[in-house]
Write a protein that binds this ligand. Structure first.
Ligand code: MN
Ligand code: MN
Length: 462
């Protein structure tokens, strides 16, 4: 089955729209380098477009009807948008779900030390990374520091042109004979990923004067004491903005396409829904996918189910557990997560005719997983059949994909977790090159097709 580049199908109007979406997406990416920052942007976008806080609706004792739009935030790290449809919740919700956490380097709880007149922060990396990719590059620090008095200090260092950046040093090639002979996975160690923070001693200080200088700046500029790091979440991420990639500007190079490209496509899709969609539609942005969807803000937690319970309660006379279960079971979902784009430079890792091709549209992965589909959500053929019709009816450029050759590796998504409710789920996403690298690559055409596909799915899936 031949796949045709989506680019070949675009007229002037389509190209204009594609560029406009790409521009908005790049802005979202540049201001959304942590899950918290993505939630903030999603809420701002939702409120601007008539969504109300679910919590506010509940506390004001209001009810909800078709056409109403609400959002619900979980611990500032996950968020759900709901647009209520004509049909009762019992007939299911059309869900698009993505994750907004990306691989990065987290600062430890007791991080600071000084060695030979240089000050450092110790780290623990988050998610699957090739550690050698994170050295010798400009890093920014994003996150929050929670003070004992309950206040929260927000930190962003290294994004403004006038800001300093941070860096993890690498060994010079001249002395790297031993390092270069190691396996790539061992050339840079996890404990070796210490971030350089300073190199100037504080005047009059005898011991650890460089660290003292650095701590003084943290205190003066941010009001952060060393012990406040005990209750901090600081993430080191690549500094700087995303860029158009290629002489033809057909691609975007940036940090965190996995999975913010799908998250953003979902948000755009939500805003394209008619005033009164047939079924209730939901955009679900989860945290912690990169470390197994664990924790209170990961997909395995029950915030989605709880929000659905609130909706059942707010749309009916009497709350019924059975209605909730039916609503979940009868739902349909696209688990939106990026896929491995076919890379001619690493052709041997792919089986080409089942690989996601760059620029050939949004992809659907019937299964992911590894070692014989283990850990995957193998989507039902019947559901895929229905999807094919929706994609065709809405003139979407789409493809099916598999994450690399059999037994070469694999990966997971949030699909299998939502499938536990008995709903139909399939993985869908945008092809990415250099996935999990500090700078990943997507095609603007695939982003554009994802936006249209997710909107079509929410509008037409039944
Ligand atoms: Mn992902
Ligand atoms: Mn990932």
């Amino acid at each position: 089955m031949e796949r045709i580049s989506a680019w070949k199908k675009y007229d002037e109007t389509a190209l204009k729209e594609l560029e406009a979406i790409s521009k908005r997406y790049r802005d979202f990416l540049d201001h959304g380098k942590t899950e918290r920052e993505c939630v903030k942007q999603a809420v701002a976008l939702a409120e601007k477009n008539g969504y109300r806080s679910l919590q506010d609706v509940i506390s004001h004792g209001k009810k909800l009807i078709a056409g109403d739009k609400v959002y619900s935030v979980c611990m500032d790290k996950a968020v759900m948008l709901f647009h209520l449809g004509k049909k009762p919740l019992e007939s299911g919700v059309n869900i698009v779900g993505a994750h907004i956490d990306s691989p990065r380097i987290d600062i430890k709880q007791n991080p600071f030390y000084e060695d030979t007149d240089l000050a450092y922060a110790d780290t623990h990396y988050y998610g699957g990374i090739k550690k050698y990719q994170w050295v010798a590059r400009a890093l920014a620090l994003h996150g929050v520091v929670a003070k004992k008095d309950g206040s929260l200090i927000e930190v962003v260092i290294g994004e403004d042109e006038s800001d300093p950046v941070l860096c993890i040093s690498d060994l010079l090639i001249h002395l790297a004979q031993e390092q270069m002979a190691k396996k790539a996975g061992e050339a840079v160690t996890g404990e070796g990923l210490d971030i350089l923070l300073g190199g100037r001693p504080l005047e009059g200080e005898e011991k650890d004067a460089v660290k003292a200088m650095m701590l003084g700046i943290l205190k003066e500029r941010y009001g952060i004491e060393e012990e406040d790091m005990l209750s901090a979440e600081l993430e080191a991420v690549p500094a700087g903005k995303s860029r158009d990639l290629g002489l033809d500007r057909s691609m975007i190079l940036g940090y965190g396409h996995d999975d913010r490209v799908c998250a953003y496509a979902e948000l755009e899709a939500m805003l394209r829904l008619p005033m009164l969609p047939e079924y209730t539609c939901c955009c679900l942005l989860a945290d912690k996918e990169e470390i197994g969807s664990v924790g209170a803000t990961g997909m395995r937690a029950h915030y989605f189910e709880n929000a659905m319970a609130e909706l059942v309660n707010l749309t009916s006379e009497h709350y019924s557990e059975l209605t909730l279960r039916r609503a979940l079971k009868n739902s349909r979902m696209l688990s939106c997560d990026v896929s491995a784009g076919y890379d001619p430079l690493y052709a041997s890792a792919f089986e080409k005719k089942n690989a996601a091709l760059m620029g050939c549209g949004v992809c659907y992965n019937k299964f992911t997983g590894s070692r014989g589909k283990s850990g995957s959500n193998d989507a039902n053929a019947e559901f895929i059949g229905r999807l094919r019709k929706i994609m065709e009816d809405n003139a979407i450029t789409w493809q099916t994909a598999e994450l690399g050759k059999v037994d070469v590796g694999g990966g997971g998504t949030i699909a299998y977790i939502c499938a536990l409710y008995g709903m139909e789920v399939i993985d869908s996403g945008v092809p990415v090159l250099s996935m999990h690298a500090p700078q990943e690559i997507i095609s603007k055409a695939d982003l554009y097709e994802a936006v249209k596909a997710y909107a079509a799915f929410m509008k037409d899936a039944n």
